[in-house]
Design a protein around this ligand. Structure first.
Ligand SMILES: [Zn+2]
Length: 227
């Protein structure tokens, strides 16, 4: 195999965006994890306030190792919080907890994009290893139907990244509503929470851009081969 410089041309903008988004999310978290919220409420305390208030008393709360690893698991209906979020009374902690509870609300209300994303997960897991394999074998042996099948499998990842976007944006929108409704943040703190959530959203945009760029590259390679 030789290195194809057009790959970089396709992928460079998406990669730059991904680096920028990672940088922004780390910086926003670092900034607002140092800003204590006025009421001194930790992420865990916020969860204990919001969950029952939203009729989500059956959602469990657990710890999870690492930083920025917080997530809601719809299969077990569990909110998993990192130590930095659960134990600190920061603006960042409130933003992240409220966002994850936003996912729990989506789950309990049967929010369609979340359901769709859950349904695509198995296909994405399979496509992650089978798509490059099919593409490579098809391309090298000049079996175009096999290579196109690889592209089709890879498209599942693109659909997943696409569906992730409304799911994440909607969870952040719900988060800002919750923070206001439960009077957890004042106006300035709400702006900080929004900065954290906006930075996180950009990482999902970057992931989508990366997937689309790779897909486009595969299609272009095959298009050239057909000529
Ligand atoms: Zn999320």
């Amino acid at each position: 195999m030789y290195f194809d410089p057009t790959y970089l041309i396709f992928l460079a903008p998406a990669l730059l965006l991904a680096f920028y988004a990672q940088f922004k999310v780390k910086r926003a978290y670092a900034t607002y994890t140092r800003v204590a919220n006025e009421r001194g409420i930790t992420g865990l305390q916020a969860a204990r306030m919001i969950l029952p208030g939203e009729g989500l008393g059956d959602v469990g709360v657990e710890g999870t190792p690492g930083e920025l690893t917080d997530h809601y698991d719809p299969r077990t209906k569990t909110l998993r919080l990192s130590a930095g979020v659960a134990q600190q009374p920061s603006v960042a902690a409130l933003a992240i907890v409220a966002h994850e509870i936003g996912h729990a609300l989506q789950d309990s209300q049967g929010y369609a994009p979340l359901k769709l994303r859950g349904a695509i997960v198995p296909a994405v897991q399979v496509s992650a290893w089978i798509a490059p394999l099919l593409f490579l074998v098809g391309f090298l042996l000049n079996i175009m139907s096999l290579a196109w099948l690889g592209v089709l499998f890879f498209a599942a990842s693109a659909v997943f990244a696409l569906v992730t976007l409304p799911v994440e944006l909607n969870a952040s929108r719900r988060a800002l509503h919750l923070l206001q409704a439960y009077q957890l943040t004042d106006g300035r703190e709400l702006q900080g929470a929004k900065a954290v959530l906006d930075a996180a959203a950009l990482t999902y945009v970057a992931a989508l851009a990366q997937t689309l760029a790779t897909l486009l590259y595969y299609v272009t390679l095959l298009g050239r081969r057909n000529d």
